[in-house]
Design a protein around this ligand. Structure first.
Ligand code: NAD
Ligand code: RM4
Length: 253
């Protein structure tokens, strides 16, 4: 019960890494506030799973790309659950596209959801934590793609480097309030975001071959690391990033 008595807010919690994180936080004793967008069925499944664990959960719909969603989410979830101790900025998209003809809308939407959304959400959560005066933990779901490129991801990888950088700056800005800020960098985790990309058997086999632990990741693999960073076990960890990639990043030869 690493998160007993804590309240955790998570964006993009209707499926994938966000859902697995919400469930693991609840299993570790937290009550959870869940942001979601255009996925009623998914958020209902997440809520049902948390109810089975006997924890409180509240959901707030909102597009993270809209700045007003941030204040709404933090205020509503914070009021319903009695505060915000941990905030996980997870919502993200990755519409794979070749660089030279990426439509402007694809670039702008990816930036708006992944980077601007993370910024507004993080700022709203940090303001609330400062006001509460009891510290807190901010965690951004960055990516291995913050460190290495992707030929079909030139509009995406800068957003992941961006949220990592956001956590580094926030660690400095918010340290005086006892608010820790870290990022998690997942490698290749099988979720809806890359279902099509990994449907190509050759691409999938190539990825698996590059991963020393021999398999793609599962959302639950990432959730465990988020729980650690959210918990008091990580009380002296801030401004850090943790790769959760089965060794993919270090595998050069
Ligand atoms: P996913 O597609 O399964 O889940 C994404 C979640 O974000 C969904 O719940 C979706 O509804 C939500 N979302 C999308 N746009 C939103 C918006 N505008 N407002 C609110 N919610 C929105 O994908 P995932 O793999 O679970 O991705 C979660 C995060 O993990 C993303 O930030 C992604 O960049 C990051 N990540 C994923 C991988 C991977 O291999 N799957 C690797 C590294 C990082
Ligand atoms: C990640 C990383 C993965 C990719 C997902 C969509 O950040 O680049 O390889 O599958 O994004």
């Amino acid at each position: 019960m690493l998160l007993e008595g804590k309240t955790v807010l998570i964006t993009g919690a209707s499926r994938g890494i966000g859902r697995a994180t919400a469930i693991e936080c609840a299993r570790q004793g937290a009550d959870v506030g869940l942001n979601w967008f255009r996925d009623r069925e998914g958020i209902d499944e997440t809520l049902a799973e948390i109810a089975r664990l006997g924890r409180r959960a509240i959901e707030v719909e909102g597009d993270v790309a809209r700045p007003e969603s941030a204040e709404r989410f933090v205020t509503a979830a914070g009021a319903a659950l009695g505060g915000v101790d941990v905030f996980v900025s997870n919502a993200g998209i990755c519409p794979f596209h070749a660089f030279l003809d990426t439509p402007l809308e694809v670039f702008e939407r990816t930036m708006a959801v992944n980077l601007h959304g993370a910024y507004h959400m993080t700022q709203a959560a940090a303001r609330r934590m400062k006001h509460q005066g009891t510290g807190g933990a901010l965690i951004a779901i960055s990516s291995i793609s913050a460190l290495v490129g992707g030929g079909m991801q030139a509009h995406y990888t800068p957003t992941k480097a961006g949220v990592h950088s956001l956590m580094q700056s926030c660690a400095i800005a918010l340290g005086p309030y006892g608010i820790r800020c870290n990022s998690v960098m997942p490698g290749a985790i099988a979720t809806d975001i890359n279902r099509e990309d990994l449907a190509d058997p050759a691409k999938r086999a190539y990825m698996e071959k590059r991963i020393p632990l021999g398999r793609l990741g599962e959302p639950e693999d990432v959730a465990g690391c988020v729980v650690f960073l959210a918990s008091d076990l990580a009380r002296y960890v801030t401004g850090a990033s943790v790769l959760v990639d089965g060794g993919l990043f270090v595998n050069l030869q």
